[in-house]
Ligand binder design. Structure first.
Ligand code: AMP
Ligand code: GLY
Length: 424
């Protein structure tokens, strides 16, 4: 089978790497891909948001499956585009249609959905320009810290947390009246702050049944000791020691199953992945957010732990037999450390040469913001590479990733040296 993967990050390199290991994949194309995905298949210069171009290419190449890495094309309706087009509707798309993608594309929708199906989440209210004053009063009624979220997609920047009421009120006003995040903040969700440990849980679903994929703990802050600005993730550990059997049973019973049955009740046909961003509050799971894709850098830690055939898994999502898929998971720990460009997640420079990859032996290196220019590998993004190491012992897994993080070099490189320390 010929497969087209959409996206260009570390997650997509990890997906491409996994797809490329399957004998069921005859040829893999990645649009647009990065320097790492080109080692697993053929990169094609197509923008994943240009559905007509994606569709044309898929037809020309005889592609049978499109795997969508990032959320944006899903929220914009790529799965709908394929299913509504007579020439494309027989191509399997891994990823939900736009209605299902609203779980990530609209925080207000996700909150309403959770409330309707009694899925534990922080208490909240949604506000618009017309209800600005009510929003301010609602903020006053809460205890700090204050959590304010732009409803729509805001490239991971739409969640603001404040200790001071005054700052929260000012930003809330700015979000709505000055359209701080454009359309994404026409509606703003204010919610109660949840205190606990975060965990990322993933399922593959065909819309009726699901299977659990390995979970991970992501480290979102740029600085050590969970300080500094929020990023999209600076590293990951999988499995997560505090996600024991009892906790995961609660996750399945209280969160995953009501979510899948809620989708069925809403007549939402969902084929793809659901990423549950959870908070463990004194042993009870609460949903912080839904995502309709795999995580980044979570995919770089979790996919290497899946030993069974990943393309077979994708096929069974598509032909609605996911419950028959026998997933084999490596019990070893995976540690993933992100090498980032100095300045990320703020301003940073690109175009620095990356060296030292030839010295890496016992880790897998996934490329993110890295591209080839004149036969040189250069930095092209904030998160440049993800280094993943596996070991039965979490400390050893971390040691390997850190040793290799030292070997790879580029100007301005930084990484968090404390990933996983809280779990040892
Ligand atoms: P989100 O984009 O919804 O994942 O939010 C980004 C980050 O903000 C999350 O990973 C959490 O660390 C934090 N966060 C979001 N909502 C809450 C909440 N209700 N309570 C505590 N932290 C939160
Ligand atoms: N690492 C968090 C995310 O992928 O959204």
């Amino acid at each position: 089978m010929k497969i087209l993967l959409l996206g260009s990050g570390g997650r997509e390199h990890a997906i491409a790497w996994k797809i490329n290991q399957s004998p069921l994949c005859e040829k893999l194309f990645i649009a647009p891909g990065n320097a790492g995905t080109s080692l697993c298949g053929e990169n094609v210069k197509i923008d994943p948001d240009d559905f007509a171009a994606v569709g044309r290419y898929a037809t020309e190449q005889g592609i049978k499956m499109v795997v969508v890495g990032p959320e944006k094309p899903l929220v914009k309706g790529i799965a709908d585009y394929f299913s509504n087009n007579s020439g494309l509707k027989n191509i399997a798309v891994i990823g939900p249609k736009s209605e299902g993608a609203r779980l990530e594309g609209s925080k207000a929708f996700a909150k309403e959905f959770m409330q309707k199906y009694q899925i534990p989440t922080a208490k909240y209210q949604s506000f618009y320009k017309e209800t600005l004053d009510e929003g301010l009063r609602f903020l006053e009624s809460l205890k700090p810290p204050y959590v304010i979220k732009a409803d729509g997609l805001a490239a991971g920047k739409g969640v603001l947390i404040f200790d001071k009421l005054k700052d929260a009120m000012n930003s809330f006003k700015k979000m709505i009246t000055e359209r701080m995040f454009g359309d994404a903040s026409d509606c703003v969700v204010i919610e109660e702050f949840l205190e606990g440990k975060e965990i990322s849980v993933f399922v593959a679903t065909d819309g009726h049944n699901y299977i659990m994929l390995p979970e991970a703990k992501d480290y979102k802050r740029a600085g050590e000791g969970d300080t500094g600005p929020n990023t999209c993730g600076m590293g990951c550990i999988s499995p997560v020691p505090f996600a024991g059997q009892l906790f995961m049973k609660k996750v399945r019973n209280r969160i995953i199953e009501p979510t899948i049955s809620g989708l069925v009740k809403e007549n939402i046909d969902y084929k793809g992945f659901i990423f549950f961003g959870l908070m463990n509050v004194d042993g009870d799971p609460y949903v912080i957010e839904y995502n309709v894709r795999l995580g980044d850098p979570e995919a770089e830690a979790t996919l290497p732990r899946i030993n069974s055939d990943f393309v077979q898994l994708l096929k069974q999502i598509s032909n609605k037999t996911i419950h028959e898929y026998k997933i084999e998971i490596n019990p070893d720990f995976a540690s993933t450390i992100i090498l980032a460009s100095g300045g990320y997640p703020g301003n940073y420079r690109k175009g620095y040469e990356i060296t030292g990859l030839d010295l890496i032996k016992d880790s897998i290196v996934f490329y993110a913001g890295a591209c080839c220019q004149n036969d040189k590998l250069i930095t092209s993004g904030g998160r440049v590479m993800a280094i993943t190491s596996l070991d039965r012992n979490i400390e050893q897994a971390l040691k390997k990733s850190k040793l290799n993080a030292e070997k790879i070099d580029f100007q301005g490189k930084y990484y968090r040296k404390d990933i996983g320390n809280d779990l040892i």
